[in-house]
Design a protein around this ligand. Structure first.
Ligand code: F6R
Length: 606
């Protein structure tokens, strides 16, 4: 989603701001802009589309000055165009904003009484209008920003830059993350540490409701009650791999390839040895709970859905999985015997965060599984567990998904052991099987040439179905999600057994059907469903192991051979072919793989 960068520096701010925004590109955006103060004069440049358009605009019309703010916008209120792009400047103030100002209509109505009317369709412009009005009433810039912030309802990360003030940025956070970066005689602001990576790794995170008054000499922090407060300065470990794609054409491809390593790392962390102590002491006592309610969005919710099969089979613990945007407004009843579990790569997804807040104080425990441990979701949970995937830049989640699965699998084993459902021997077997996952993923990666050939075919179709049974059913949903989000091919996932209850009407030779069919206990039933498709002229892409392809592959249009996988954790390795299928199909179609249209990496609005 939107990204923010601010700098009070000793060099020209424009290139630093554009570089910072470049690092935030992965979040998804449709326009970009910067504002600077030069000799006291506040000015801005904005452009629709990719950052290269802003850079071009700056070549033709440079923006000098060593202080500035920048923004990448993902449109919420008002079309994606240059007029609605940030920074929004009214009179003596320019503002960049992530989030949504919910009371902007009310504020606009009040400002209209002072003959101040909007020039854009955005909620953000109202913040600049209001702040400029406060300045016109004789308030200083800091006072005007504070007064403005006090009147806002909704979610925001905000930066204010003022005419005549080239040593001041006022920043504020409520609901959207924001960090202040410390340099030597220079200061920075960014919506995440990554944006500030080339400038500094000394970061202070704003807490909810905080305001930061930033000058080149440092930052003063005020809490939600506008009282001075200290926010710790931390050194962030910014892995140098962030900067490049390690020889891959896209981040997505790099992140798919990293999975054996990151999974091995995560499993090493969570499974120490296969005897009784096999699991890291996570601090969750599963004997205290009668059920788990898992809440997440998109791919993260599908990781929850896969793990439902594991928790119910291995630990006999009932699991409800819900998508966050539905969960909260349904007002589901919770009690002390319910463990609520939130899964989020970014840890900032607005719907998931809102659902977590609904559960706080009502559920027995609020547990989260996140990639970004500094995130709001991690910080507001009773306990946050890391997935240790490393930074994920490609918008389509890949390695975060498989690491979420690995952590959830380890927790299911822990739950099974604590609840006395599995004995030491079974635990040892399952732990061994889980530890084999990184090797299986390595083998799965080697089927890329086959997948590439299948993708070249799939790219010619408009619709694709994915089928799976058991824990492979949510993976079929994930396969469809991945394909549609990056290749823009319409795709749906179904439980294999459900096909004949409706979707089979769609089957013809124009609708390829990808079947995830390891040679497991459900295999024969899945093959029957495949036969039903083939009998109606459907084209089957069968993803299975050697015994499966031998036993049921006859008549399949395309076949992809996976390694033989014993035990319940096959969905983790089977994630690889569906990721690759989406990836190669998107490459074949020439879409923007890492930044698909309309999508954002971190969805910080509801
Ligand atoms: C799909 C994808 C999204 C995210 C979803 C939740 O590839 O990446 O569906 O999984 O937006 O995001 P997080 O995990 O950051 O809460």
């Amino acid at each position: 989603m939107c990204g923010i960068v601010g700098v009070l520096g000793n060099h020209q701010a424009s290139p630093i701001l554009v570089e910072g925004l470049k690092r935030l590109e992965y979040r998804g955006y449709d326009s970009a802009g910067i504002a600077t103060v030069n000799g006291g004069r506040l000015d801005r440049r904005r452009a629709l589309g990719k950052l290269v358009n802003l850079s071009d605009a700056l070549v033709h019309d440079p923006l000098p000055g060593t202080s500035g703010i920048g923004h990448t916008r993902w449109a919420t209120h008002g079309a994606a165009n240059t007029v609605n792009a940030h920074p929004h400047q009214r009179g003596r103030v320019a503002v960049v904003h992530n989030g949504i100002i919910e009371n902007y209509r009310e504020l606009r109505a009040r400002l209209k009484d002072h003959q101040i009317t909007p020039e854009t369709e955005t909620d953000t412009e109202t913040v600049a209008m209001l702040c400029d009005w406060h300045l016109s009433q004789g308030l200083t810039p800091v006072e005007a920003a504070k007064a403005t912030i006090s009147e806002l309802a909704g979610a925001y990360a905000l930066c204010f830059l003022f005419q005549g003030e080239d040593d001041l940025i006022v920043a504020a956070r409520k609901g959207s993350p924001l960090a202040v970066g410390w340099g030597k005689g220079e200061m920075f602001v960014g919506s995440d540490a990554l944006a500030l990576a080339p400038m500094t790794n000394e970061i202070s995170y704003l807490e909810e409701g905080d305001i930061a008054i930033v000058t080149r000499a440092g930052a003063e922090f005020l809490d939600a009650a506008h009282q001075p407060v200290t926010r710790p300065r931390r050194t962030v470990d910014l892995d140098s791999v962030l900067a490049d794609k390690a020889g891959h054409r896209h981040y997505m491809s790099k992140e798919i390839a990293e999975q054996p390593d990151v999974l091995a790392n995560a499993l090493k962390y969570y499974t120490m040895d296969k005897e009784g102590r096999h699991l890291l002491e996570t601090g969750v006592d599963f004997t205290q709970f009668d059920r788990i309610v898992m809440v997440a969005c998109g791919t993260a919710s599908l990781a929850c859905f896969v793990s439902k099969y594991w928790f119910e089979q291995i630990a006999r613990l009932p699991v409800d999985v819900d998508i966050a945007s539905e969960f909260r407004y349904r007002e589901p009843p919770l009690d002390g015997r319910t463990l609520t579990l939130f899964v989020s790569q970014s840890g900032e997804t607005a719907d998931t965060l809102a659902a977590l807040r609904y559960c706080t104080g009502q559920a027995g425990k609020v547990l989260s599984i996140v990639n970004a441990m500094e995130s709001s979701i991690a910080r507001e949970s009773d306990l946050a567990l890391p997935i240790l995937a490393g930074p994920e830049i490609g918008v389509a989640s890949t390695k975060a998904f498989t690491c979420q699965l690995a952590v959830l699998a380890a927790l299911a084993l822990q739950a099974g052991r604590q609840r006395g459902v599995i004995d030491a021997e079974r635990l040892g077997t399952l732990t061994d099987q889980l530890r084999q996952v990184p090797g299986q993923v390595t083998q799965a990666l080697s089927v890329s040439p086959q997948i590439k050939e299948v993708s070249a075919q799939l790219a010619r179709y408009d619709d694709v179905l994915f089928l799976g049974r058991g824990a492979l059913y949510p993976l079929a949903l994930e396969g469809a999600l991945k394909l549609k989000e990056i290749s823009y091919i319409h795709a749906e996932g179904y439980a294999s057994g459900e096909l004949k209850h409706g979707p089979i009407a769609l089957i013809d030779e124009e609708m390829p059907v990808v079947v995830l069919a390891p040679h497991d206990a459900m295999f024969d039933k899945t093959v029957s469903n495949m036969q039903e498709v083939m009998a109606r002229g459907g084209r089957i892409v069968m993803i299975s192991d050697a015994p499966g392809l031998k036993a049921g592959g006859e008549g399949a249009w395309q076949k992809v051979e996976m390694p033989v996988i014993e035990g319940p954790f096959a969905p983790i390795a089977y994630a690889v072919p569906i990721q690759k299928l989406a990836y190669f199909t998107a490459v074949e179609k020439g879409t923007d793989v890492d930044q698909p249209r309309n999508l954002a990496k971190s969805v910080t609005v509801e």
